[in-house]
Design a protein around this ligand. Structure first.
Ligand SMILES: Cc1cc2nc3c(=O)[nH]c(=O)nc-3n(C[C@H](O)[C@H](O)[C@H](O)COP(=O)(O)OP(=O)(O)OC[C@H]3O[C@@H](n4cnc5c(N)ncnc54)[C@H](O)[C@@H]3O)c2cc1C
Length: 579
């Protein structure tokens, strides 16, 4: 059996960052096993706006949640990349930093070396940003850019409207940020094609003799040696082309993502002993925290009718041949809707009204009703820290509890969370998608058999989440009713004027963003942790997890920037550079 210094399980976003960084040392042999195919060069991956066409294909694990009581018992789709590059190959390309407050809260949980100052140093290694105003900043492999042409008036309208409501543009999106922001895309500025872990990190490293990458290899379990209480990982078992194979490694690094990293731990005997014994799995390490603490942003959309002469993406969404032809012609010039994520105009906003005495009083009342007292369940010490963090966000006029993405077109979701097409006809739309940045609801991911997994995010199980999001939803309608935006829309009907109406709308239409984190959380085991601050799995000397699953408190918005930062930080830790 071939032996490696490191076996990386999952050649996704974090896995390929680690593969590239660890093979910089030519004395270290690295094996990457990736369940999905290598789709480098596939147009659906390369052309930015084509990412939805990869959903529900073989490049997607096509997960679904169990029915969600908080969402009227709906089952919500939960896509994840199954392809070399992982979710970075199929995601929506938005690159948003989390906040200093969020990362510092990880540190406060008992994670030395994971404060904002240290973490942001690692994050900065991951990207280069090309901006029309500031030029080129950074020198990391991942390429970020803004759309070249703003061929419509919407960005200005969005910013002026929010400015009029008292929120001026954020210049430092990485730190405290309240107000409209113009979010960069993971798109190469020269080619206007997707920049992702595959072409940014793997491609330059692929010819290294010490790197072996095997696509279409599904890892089934981690192999262990156990002497008394001392547990060592020795390698992995995987299937490739219908055959079971094994590889030996001095250290195993799990980067299989928020669903499959805890799933593989459980399948290999690391998890809650009672659960594993019931399934006939030999227990290697008893840790009931594995698969717990699943966090995700609940999200909803509101679409408004735009005036008939507005420029929107509705024609493209309806597959109108003229609109498609125009978009393709523009893309040949690296311009137009195919050349960007379409989600660049966003805003990070505090609790609505927090800058007034009534708003302050309202949030204080909600907090004292819902985040103190008996309804706190789960690990008391963790819950207390999470509650302190969320309280600090909600009561600050400079921290965001709502993330708003504006979009010139129809943006609504089917009941199962997939995107809904625009209504038939020729009507134009303007939409705002809304996310709760720091939910208190937490769920789980656990295996139910050798092949099945139950994903339960428990959306809105903490009552404060829906209360806060309902208030932001009302504020979405306030934005749409404010000038200059209001003049570009047909009459805005207030559909959610009362909090109860807004809550009913959320239970009926909210879905989950594709932003799941937390199932192998990094924190002390007594708080609910699965890995320590060096990302080592408790109870095993040479097994780490280093992907989105280790994030103990979910990032403010879209998480890929944070995942790249986690992977760079992990590489530095493994190479002995930090901590
Ligand atoms: C459709 C979609 C849209 C998104 N849009 C955005 C966005 O616009 N902005 C943003 O910031 N974030 C976005 N995200 C989230 C972001 O992409 C992810 O949080 C991030 O990429 C996760 O990285 P990861 O390394 O944890 O997992 P992944 O990148 O998913 O990598 C895990 C890898 O492990 C492989 N794997 C799993 N199990 C096994 C196994 N048993 N054997 C071998 N290999 C295995 C998988 O196939 C996959 O390649 C989106 C996600 C999705 C799915």
């Amino acid at each position: 059996m071939t032996s490696y210094d490191y076996i990386i399980v999952g050649g996704g976003t974090a896995g390929l960052v680690l593969a590239a960084r660890l093979t910089e040392d030519s004395s270290k042999r690295v094996l990457v096993l990736e369940a999905g195919d290598d789709l480098s060069g596939d147009t659906r991956l390369a052309v930015p706006a084509m990412w939805p066409t990869l959903l529900n294909t073989d490049a997607d694990w096509k997960f679904k949640t169990v029915p969600q009581p908080g969402l009227n018992n709906r089952t919500i789709s939960f896509p994840q990349g199954k392809v070399l590059g992982g979710s970075s190959a199929i995601n929506g390309l938005s690159f948003t930093h989390s906040s200093k407050a969020n990362v510092d809260a990880w540190f406060k949980l008992g994670n030395p070396g994971w404060d904002w100052a240290s973490f942001s140093h690692s994050l900065a290694k991951s990207y280069t940003l090309t901006s029309p105003s500031a030029g080129v900043t950074g020198s990391g492999p991942l390429q970020l850019s803004y759309p070249k042409d703003i061929d419509n008036a919407w960005p200005g309208i969005w910013q002026q409207t929010l400015d009029g409501l008292g929120f001026s543009k954020c210049e430092d999106a990485a730190k405290q940020a309240c107000g409209p922001i113009f979010v960069p895309d993971t798109i190469h500025p020269a080619s206007k094609t997707r920049s992702f872990a595959g072409n940014a990190y793997l491609e330059p490293a692929r010819s290294r003799e010490n790197l072996t990458v095997v696509p279409n290899a599904v890892v089934r379990r981690i192999l262990f040696n156990k002497y008394g209480d001392a547990v060592t990982a020795t390698g992995v078992e995987y299937t490739k082309d219908g055959e079971t194979q094994a590889a030996a490694g001095k250290e195993i690094i799990l980067t299989a993502g928020t669903i499959n990293s805890p799933r593989l731990l459980e399948l290999s005997g690391v998890g809650d002993a009672k659960r594993l014994e019931k399934l006939g799995i030999d227990v290697v390490v008893d840790n009931p925290n594995v698969g717990e603490n699943l966090q995700n942003h609940p999200m909803c959309g509101l679409s408004f009718e735009a005036q008939d002469d507005e420029k929107t993406m509705d024609g493209l969404a309806r597959q109108d041949p003229a609109a498609l032809q125009a978009a393709m012609a523009a893309y040949a010039q690296q311009l137009g809707p195919f050349a960007s994520s379409g989600t660049n105009n966003a805003a990070q906003l505090p609790f609505p009204g927090i800058r007034t005495a009534e708003g302050k009083a309202e949030v204080e009342e909600l907090i004292s009703k819902y985040i103190t007292g008996a309804e706190l369940g789960g690990n008391a010490a963790f819950v207390e820290t999470q509650a302190d963090f969320v309280r600090s966000i909600l009561t600050s006029p400079d921290e965001a509890s709502g993330y708003y993405i504006s979009f010139p077109g129809y943006a609504a979701f089917n009941p199962d969370g997939t995107m809904a097409p625009p209504p038939a006809g020729t009507g134009k739309h303007f939409s705002i998608a809304l996310l709760l940045t720091h939910p208190l609801s937490r769920g789980s991911v656990h295996i139910t058999s050798a092949t099945d997994v139950a994903i339960d995010p428990r959306y809105f199980s903490h009552p404060l989440d829906i209360e806060i999001l309902a208030r932001h939803l009302r504020f979405v309608e306030s934005i749409a009713s404010a000038e200059p935006l209001a003049s570009h829309l047909k009459a805005v009907e207030r559909r959610n004027a009362a909090v109860d109406q807004a809550k009913e709308y959320l239970r009926r239409t909210a879905v989950g963003a594709h932003h799941f984190t937390g199932t192998c959380s990094m924190m002390p085991e007594a708080l609910g942790g699965v890995v320590d601050a060096q990302l080592r799995v408790y109870g095993v000397s040479n097994l780490r997890v280093a992907d989105a699953s280790i994030i103990p408190l979910t990032p403010r918005a879209n998480p890929q920037a944070t995942v790249y930062g986690v992977a760079e930080h992990a590489a530095a830790i493994i190479k002995g550079g930090v901590l």
